[in-house]
Design a protein around this ligand. Structure first.
Ligand code: ES4
Ligand code: ZN
Length: 325
């Protein structure tokens, strides 16, 4: 039977998690105090009470301002290191971590401070068996010019960044806004992926742009493809990985989209299960597997397939994949 324990011990890859979304209330308060930043709350209970959101926009309005507590390279290190210990606990063998440099450079923190802190933590995680890589995301509600500058700044750290993604507020910010930057990223040898969040006003259009024009290798969320059988066929044939996040879905919409996730899985699509912003959405990766498995009565074969998909759609080398699948 599929139990919480089984899911925790199952070796997994995590492909959709935002480092900024792993900032737990206790570290948030600790950093606020150290850096003399007033975040409006003084206790863990107050911080948790401020987590009131029911859609993407209301979530992001809570999420981004609080990042002000991150100031020094050590702060970024501590944030990533705390997550990587949790990854180890969850038997995550390989993780591809999103980070949002513009959420920090826009408030006067240097790109160098951010990347050096995060990268050093990924190197230290090797000692306890977690292989960690970084995916730099553009904030899609920022300008094209800001994204261009961010990609330029990343050049100096090319060997420390595995891929480029796109996140934040999707409404009125279609993939095509950043098409030239993704083309540039591919020419620099980065892998590419992007968020196509659930139930957006223009979900199908955005997914088409991401898949057919920009040529992403994965879709983050993207479950609205179920509305369009041509897109389902496309994703299946091209083996596009889909990184789904059940607990996140439950927060920003009415349900975890388990029907969509299990339908796509049954069709043979490389669906994985991930935690998105676990400090905000109530659980790390094993809890996301459990939420889906419990609600949809998944079999051992199904959850093992999801874990295999997570390695297969990851950007580790084919040789490294042999160790896991
Ligand atoms: C995010 Cl749930 C979600 N959607 C888009 N961008 C994000 N960044 C962090 N969490
Ligand atoms: Zn996400």
């Amino acid at each position: 039977d599929v139990t919480r324990e089984f899911l925790q011990q199952l070796p997994k890859a995590e492909l959709h998690i935002h480092l900024e979304g792993t900032l737990e209330p206790d570290l948030k308060l600790k950093l606020a105090k150290k850096n003399h930043i007033n975040i409006g709350q003084n206790t863990i209970e107050e911080v948790k009470k401020s987590y009131q959101f029911d859609d993407l926009a209301s979530f992001l309005a809570v999420y981004y301002p609080a990042l002000a507590v991150l100031q020094t390279e050590q702060d970024f290190y501590d944030l990533a290191y705390a997550y990587l210990l949790k990854a180890k606990d969850n038997h995550v063998r390989h993780v591809e971590l999103f980070f949002d440099p513009q959420a920090h450079t826009s408030r006067g923190i240097s790109f160098e401070t951010v990347i050096n802190g995060f990268y050093r933590a990924t190197q230290d995680a090797k000692s306890f068996g977690v292989d960690a890589q970084l995916i730099m995301c553009f904030l899609r509600d920022f300008s094209k010019e800001s994204a261009r500058q961010t990609l330029l700044e990343a050049k100096k750290y090319r060997d420390k960044i595995l891929g480029i993604g796109l996140d934040s507020d999707e409404h009125h910010n279609p993939p095509m806004k950043f098409a030239t930057h993704f083309e540039n990223a591919v020419s620099q040898g980065y892998h590419i992926t992007m968020h196509c969040d659930i139930d957006q006003v223009d979900s199908i259009d955005h997914i088409k742009q991401a898949l057919e024009v920009i040529g992403v290798e994965r879709l983050d969320h993207g479950t609205n493809i179920v509305e369009n059988s041509d897109l389902v066929d496309f994703v299946n044939q091209k083996q596009i990985g889909m990184t789904t996040c059940p607990k996140s879905n439950s927060f920003v919409s009415a349900d975890m989209k388990g029907k969509e996730i299990t339908d796509l899985l049954a069709k043979g699509i490389e669906v994985s299960v991930n935690s998105d912003d676990p400090a905000y959405f109530g659980g790390y990766i094993s809890e996301n597997y459990w939420a889906l498995a419990e609600a949809y009565d998944l079999s051992v074969d199904q959850v093992v397939q999801i874990a295999k998909n997570s390695f297969n759609s990851s950007w580790i080398s084919d040789q490294q994949k042999q160790n896991y699948v």
